[in-house]
Write a protein that binds this ligand. Structure first.
Ligand SMILES: NC(=O)c1ccc[n+]([C@@H]2O[C@H](COP(=O)([O-])OP(=O)(O)OC[C@H]3O[C@@H](n4cnc5c(N)ncnc54)[C@H](O)[C@@H]3O)[C@@H](O)[C@H]2O)c1
Length: 327
C-alpha cells in the first residue's frame, strides 16, 4: 500500500487519481492546512500533521504501508524568505519526523517532491542533476537539506529514496475533476486565468529587461499528470531494488512569461489585465531542466509536453470550478 503525504494538495491529488485509475491501494495523509477534502477524490484519508510524529507513527502502524510518496510541505518561495522558521519546521523537521517513523516501522522506500529551487542561479542551461546546488531561498534550502538527510538515511539505515526535482508543475486532470487551487495562487498559469476571470487583482510581470527573447523570465512547465507518471515509475524502480537517485522533471523547453500570458489569452478568449514592474530578487532569467536522465533511466516520456494542453486543462477545470474546490 502506498502512503501519499500531502495527497490532498495539487500534485498529490493528481497522483491519488492516477493510483485509483491503476487500482493501486493507497491512503492519503494530509493536514488539510492547504489541501482540499474534495481533492482526495474518495481515496481513504488520514488527517494528520507531519510536525506531530505520533500521528505519523499511528498512520504507519494502522495501514500496511510499503512505500511513501511525500508531497507535503510549504511551497511559496517568497513566504519562505519572510518566515524561514515555518519552512524549516514544516519542510525539514516534518520530513525528519516522517523518516524516523519510517525507520521505526521498517519502511525503506520513499519518493520525495524536491524542486528546481535547489540549484539557485543556473550556471548552465538546460540544468543537469549534477549542477551545483546553491539555493537562494529558505524554501530551496529546506528541500536540499532533506535531500542530504535522505543520503544519510540510506547510508545509515538502507532507506532508499528517489528525489524528483520538479520545475513548474502545471495543467490539471484532463477529465476536469481535479485542478490547482492554491491560496494565494502564485503559479503563473492559474494566476493569469484568475486575473483574466476578474477573480484577482491585475497581474504584475516581474522584470521585462532580462536577457531573454522578449525580456521576461523563461521557465520550464511540466504537466501534473506527467509528474504523476514519473512518480509511478519511481515507485516501480524502488520496488525493483533501484538505489537512491535524484531526477529533474521538466520538458527541456522554456516559455517566457509573455508567451504564457499570450497562450492563456488564446485559450480562454479573455484579456489578462496586467502591469509591468521591476525584477524580483533571486529570480533567474532562465530555468530549464535537462530531464534526459529520467527519460534514459526510468523511461519517462511526457504525454502533454505542449503549453497549449497545460493551459487548456487548467482552464477547463477553473471554468467548471470558478471558486476552486469551493465551487
Ligand atoms: N507546484 C509546483 O510547481 C512545485 C514545484 C516544485 C516542487 N513542488 C513540491 O511539490 C510538493 C507538492 O506541491 P503542490 O503544488 O501540490 O502543493 P500543495 O500546497 O497544493 O500541496 C501540499 C499538501 O501538503 C499538505 N501539507 C503541508 N504541510 C503538511 C504537514 N505538515 N502535514 C501534513 N500535510 C501537510 C497540504 O495541506 C497540502 O494538501 C511540495 O512539496 C512542493 O514543494 C511543487
Amino acid at each position: 500500500m502506498v502512503l501519499l503525504c500531502g495527497g490532498a494538495g495539487f500534485i498529490g491529488s493528481h497522483m491519488a487519481k492516477r493510483l485509483r485509475d491503476l487500482g493501486e491501494r493507497h491512503v492519503i495523509l494530509d493536514s488539510f492546512e492547504k489541501g482540499h477534502r474534495p481533492a482526495a477524490g474518495g481515496s481513504p484519508v488520514v488527517e494528520a500533521d507531519l510536525r506531530d510524529r505520533e500521528s505519523i507513527r499511528r498512520a504507519l502502524t494502522t495501514f500496511p504501508i510499503e512505500v511513501v510518496i511525500h508531497f507535503a510541505g510549504s511551497i511559496q518561495v517568497g513566504e519562505s524568505v519572510r518566515q524561514p522558521a515555518e519552512y524549516w519546521e514544516n519542510n525539514f523537521v516534518g520530513t525528519l519526523n516522517l523518516l524516523e517513523a519510517m525507520r521505526e516501522a521498517g519502511l525503506s522506500k520513499l519518493v520525495f517532491s524536491s524542486t528546481a529551487a535547489v540549484y539557485g542561479e543556473p550556471e548552465v542551461v538546460p540544468i543537469p542533476e549534477d549542477h551545483p546546488k546553491k539555493p537562494t531561498s529558505p524554501y530551496g534550502e529546506t528541500k536540499f537539506a532533506v535531500e542530504m538527510a535522505l543520503s544519510a538515511y540510506e547510508r545509515a539505515y538502507g532507506l532508499r529514496s528517489i528525489a524528483l526535482r520538479y520545475f513548474n508543475a502545471a495543467g490539471s486532470d484532463p477529465d476536469g475533476v481535479f485542478g490547482e487551487d492554491h491560496d494565494p495562487e502564485t503559479h503563473l498559469i492559474p494566476a493569469a486565468i484568475l486575473s483574466a476571470m476578474g477573480k484577482t487583482a491585475p497581474m504584475q510581470i516581474f522584470g521585462t529587461d532580462y536577457p531573454t527573447l522578449d525580456g521576461t523570465c523563461v521557465r520550464d512547465y511540466v504537466h501534473v499528470m506527467d509528474l504523476a507518471e514519473a512518480h509511478r515509475l519511481a515507485v516501480r524502480a524502488l520496488r525493483d531494488g533501484a538505489p537512491s537517485n535524484q531526477y529533474n522533471l521538466g520538458n527541456g523547453q522554456g516559455f517566457s512569461v509573455r508567451e504564457v500570458l499570450q497562450m492563456v489569452q488564446e485559450v480562454t478568449g479573455l484579456v489578462i489585465p496586467h502591469s509591468e514592474g521591476p525584477r524580483r530578487d533571486g529570480d533567474p532569467a532562465v530555468l530549464v531542466a535537462s530531464s534526459e536522465k529520467i527519460r534514459a533511466e526510468l523511461g519517462w516520456s511526457p504525454q502533454y509536453p505542449d503549453l497549449g494542453s497545460m493551459v487548456s486543462h487548467a482552464w477547463n477545470w477553473r471554468r467548471a470550478h470558478p471558486d476552486g474546490y469551493r465551487s
